[in-house]
Ligand binder design. Structure first.
Ligand code: KIV
Ligand code: ZN
Length: 390
């Protein structure tokens, strides 16, 4: 099941270069950031959060250059709730065809205690800073950091203030990955019901993966009414990371019968981006990572291989080509059966008679018991030995 062009869109906001890069040790060079931004732009990401311009001269330079080069994506920069951050952010993003300022402040009781602001003082700060951002840029996103641990009444109050001050997108971050999917949907639904003007802006969801629920929470938020998902390639991000772009995009595509929304992403570019981000960030992708892990499309057990050889849909819910992967889906190991061996040998150019295949199969099993994976070269050697035995 794939999306239809008539379906409503969910916007994809990629923050690999901002929240992803905040992951300890994931720092990327200027050139690497430009390369990743170019690939995200080509892939069809709607909004690229390119960095935090006040954080360093390097971040400012990268956001400015990405803004100048972007062809299709909106380019966004992050700013805390003060004029200096917002001005610096604007200076960097203003070069884009479509610029956005994203400003935020922590609104939960724990976060309010840090700047030591009363609820009223914080509300006034939100009004002033969003108004200031909106005077610079037509496209302003506002985030109440730690929204999912903010009191409902206060969250409704500050979201209303931000909308009245001119925010065009309201992002609801689950900053510490604390939420359950049903709560994630409920928060967005509550805001849409209770906040005046909520139907005139876009709600975004921004989830962290501390309990492994970032993808489920993002999709639940869409069910609740969010129309922008914030995510990173490979789920890169602080601690357990952010929502993985490839997971939400492919989930929307594969289970479009459940959540009938389309994205603008060219999914065939996913694998290349995953590899480039893993390489430049130095964060390898775990083998069993959904969608982009090395094993995500590999079958080793005899039953699975046999099924896949007869009808690929028995054990695959999406095709490797959908994410731009050209690798073969059978890996040969001790769990592989005769049918898979025959198919693999055929792929390598050998069609053996049944008795020869039986001999090679016995020796293949013995080898597979000693080695984790049997490579193509090993199989070629087994066939060559068989030929000399005849
Ligand atoms: O996780 C978070 O709360 C953030 C905000 C800055 C949006 O990344
Ligand atoms: Zn975040």
């Amino acid at each position: 099941m794939t999306e239809k062009t008539t379906q409503p869109r969910v916007l994809i906001f990629d923050t690999t270069l901002r929240d992803g890069e905040q992951s300890p040790g994931a720092t990327m060079s200027h050139e690497e950031k430009l390369e990743i931004a170019g690939l995200l732009d080509e892939m069809g990401v709607d909004i690229i959060e390119a960095g935090f311009p006040i954080a360093s001269e390097g971040d400012f330079a990268a956001v400015s250059e990405i803004a100048k080069r972007a062809k299709n994506s909106t380019i966004c920069g992050l700013a805390r709730a003060n004029y200096k951050d917002i001005d610096r952010c604007w200076e960097a993003v203003k070069h884009a065809k479509s610029p956005r300022i994203h400003t935020f402040i922590g609104t939960s009781p724990l976060h309010r205690a840090i700047p030591n602001l009363t609820m009223d003082e914080m509300a006034a700060r939100i009004h002033d800073t969003v108004t200031h951002a909106r005077n610079l840029c037509d496209n302003v996103q506002w985030s109440p950091m730690d929204a999912t641990r903010t009191e409902d009444d206060y969250l409704c109050r500050v979201v209303e203030i931000a909308i009245k001050a001119g925010a065009t997108t309201i992002n609801i971050p689950d900053t510490v990955g604390y939420t359950y999917p049903m709560e994630s949907a409920k928060i967005i639904r509550m805001l849409l019901e209770r906040v005046p003007g909520a139907d005139s802006i876009v709600f975004a969801t921004h989830c962290h993966n501390d309990l492994g629920m970032a993808t489920a929470n993002s999709l639940a938020a869409v069910e609740g009414g969010a129309r922008q998902i914030e995510c990173t390639i490979n789920g890169l991000g602080e601690r357990a990371g952010n929502t993985a772009l490839e997971e939400v995009v492919m989930a929307l595509r594969v289970r479009n019968d459940i959540l009938p929304y389309r994205t603008n992403i060219d999914t065939t570019k996913i694998m290349n981006l995953s590899r480039r981000v893993a390489s430049v960030s130095g964060f390898a992708v775990q083998f069993n990572k959904a969608i982009v892990g090395k094993n995500a499309f590999l079958h080793e057990s005899g039953i699975h291989q046999d099924g896949v050889l007869k009808n690929v849909e028995t054990f695959e819910i999406m095709r490797p080509e959908d994410i731009g992967l050209t690798q073969k889906n059978l890996t040969m190991g001790k769990h592989s059966g005769r049918a898979a061996l025959r198919a693999k040998l055929k792929e390598l150019g050998y069609e053996l008679a049944d008795n020869q295949l039986n001999d090679v199969f016995v020796r293949f099993k013995a080898l597979a018991d000693r080695k984790k994976e049997v490579y193509d070269d090993d199989l070629v050697a087994l066939v060559a030995d068989e030929a000399t035995m005849d």
